[in-house]
Ligand binder design. Structure first.
Ligand SMILES: [Zn+2]
Length: 335
C-alpha cells in the first residue's frame, strides 16, 4: 500500500530536511553516471526523492503566499499537501461533487466517513450545541444568527432561544427536515444569491463546515460582506498543527478527504482572518460531549475492522478532548 509506505517514511523521518533531499538528488546523479548504480538507490531515499518531486507550488488561500506545498501522503486517492508558510493542509481531489455526496446517506451511517446516526443522537448533539450557544453569547448576546451548513437544525433550535435564526444547508433532506420543524432554512450553497435573500446578520456560525467547502476563502469573504460591522463569525474545525494530527498523520481521525478538503492550523486561520479584515478575538480547543455510538463508529473505521454494528445507546455521551479541534471567534471591526 503506497499510502502506508509514505506514511512510514514521514513518521520515521519526521520533517525531512533539505540536506536529505540533496542526498537523494546526489544519489540520483550517481545513477545517471552508470546504469548498475541504480541498485544503490535505497528505498528510503527514493521515497524522499519521490516525495519532493510531488511537492508543488500553490497560492495559499490562507496566507496568500505563492508557496511551496509539501507533499505529506496520499489518503483516499487524494494528495495531502501542506503550505510551508502557514501550515494549511489541502487535499487535491479529482472530480469531487459535494452535491451528490452530502445526501441523507452521509448522516445515517451509510458512508464510513460520515455520521453514524445523526438524527438518533439529537439529544446529545443538542446538549452540546446549547453549550456552544452559551459560548457565543459571551461575544454577542442576541441579534440575527446564520448557521452555514446547519444539517438537521439542532444548533438552530438551541440558538433560537436568544437569536433570530436562519440557516443554509446543501443536503436537501436535512434542509427539508429543518423547514418541517419551523426553521427558516434555505437549500444550497452560501453563494451571493442566497446570502442576498437573507440580508445582513450579526452572527455567522460554521460548525465543522469550513473544511468541507470547495473554496473556504471565497465563502468567508462573501460572508464578511453579509456581516454587520461588529458582528462575529464562529468557526469550529480541526487543528492540523495539533500534536495528535502530527503524530497520527494519514490516520488522523479528521483526515478524511474528499469529505474534508482543508486542514487549518492556528497560524493559517489567523492569516486568512487577518487578510479578510477580521480580528481573531478568541481561539481555544474545547471539550466536547461525543455520542458513544459515534466514538464506536469511528474506532471501528480507524481499526479497519468490519465488525457488526454493536448496539450502543445513542443517548450516552462521553466528554472528549484530543486538543486537535479548535474553536475560533472572528470579529468584523465596527467602523
Ligand atoms: Zn499558507
Amino acid at each position: 500500500m503506497p499510502e502506508e509506505r509514505t506514511q512510514h517514511s514521514e513518521d520515521s523521518k519526521g520533517r525531512t530536511g533539505p540536506e536529505e533531499l540533496r542526498g537523494s538528488v546526489a544519489t540520483f546523479d550517481r545513477v545517471e553516471e552508470g546504469a548498475t548504480a541504480i541498485a544503490t538507490l535505497s528505498t528510503t531515499n527514493h521515497e524522499v526523492f519521490e516525495s519532493r518531486v510531488r511537492d508543488r507550488s500553490h497560492v495559499c488561500l490562507a496566507c496568500g503566499q505563492a508557496s511551496v506545498h509539501r507533499f505529506l501522503y496520499r489518503k483516499n486517492g487524494c494528495d495531502i499537501l501542506r503550505c510551508e508558510q502557514c501550515g494549511l493542509g489541502r487535499a487535491e481531489t479529482m472530480g469531487f461533487d459535494p452535491e451528490s455526496y452530502y445526501t441523507s446517506d452521509y448522516f445515517s451511517g451509510k458512508r464510513p466517513d460520515g455520521y453514524a446516526d445523526y438524527i438518533g443522537t439529537e439529544n446529545i448533539l443538542r446538549r452540546e450545541f446549547a453549550g456552544t450557544v452559551e459560548f457565543i453569547r459571551k461575544f454577542r448576546a442576541s441579534g440575527r444568527l446564520l448557521d452555514v451548513g446547519c444539517a438537521y437544525g439542532f444548533f438552530l433550535h438551541e440558538a433560537k432561544r436568544f437569536f433570530d435564526v436562519s440557516g443554509i444547508e446543501l443536503a436537501e433532506d436535512a434542509a427539508e427536515h429543518c423547514r418541517r420543524s419551523g426553521l427558516n432554512v434555505f437549500t444550497g450553497q452560501a453563494d451571493e444569491t442566497l446570502l442576498g435573500r437573507l440580508g445582513t446578520t450579526d452572527v455567522i456560525v460554521l460548525l465543522d463546515v469550513i473544511e468541507h467547502l470547495p473554496s473556504p476563502r471565497d465563502t468567508i469573504a462573501l460572508l464578511v460582506n453579509h456581516l454587520d460591522p461588529g458582528g462575529i463569525i464562529v468557526i469550529t474545525t480541526g487543528d492540523f498543527g495539533s500534536l495528535y494530527s502530527r503524530v497520527a498523520g494519514a490516520h488522523w481521525r479528521l483526515m478524511t478527504p474528499p469529505q474534508h478538503l482543508w486542514f487549518f492550523s492556528q497560524a493559517s486561520m489567523q492569516a486568512m482572518a487577518t487578510s479578510l479584515g477580521l480580528e481573531v478575538e478568541h481561539l481555544d480547543h474545547p471539550w466536547k460531549v461525543v455520542p458513544l455510538s459515534l466514538i464506536s463508529f469511528q474506532l471501528t473505521r480507524m481499526s479497519g475492522l468490519r465488525s457488526k454494528r454493536i448496539a450502543i445507546s445513542n443517548r450516552l455521551g462521553l466528554p472528549v478532548n484530543l486538543f486537535d479541534a479548535m474553536r475560533v471567534v472572528l470579529r468584523k471591526p465596527s467602523r
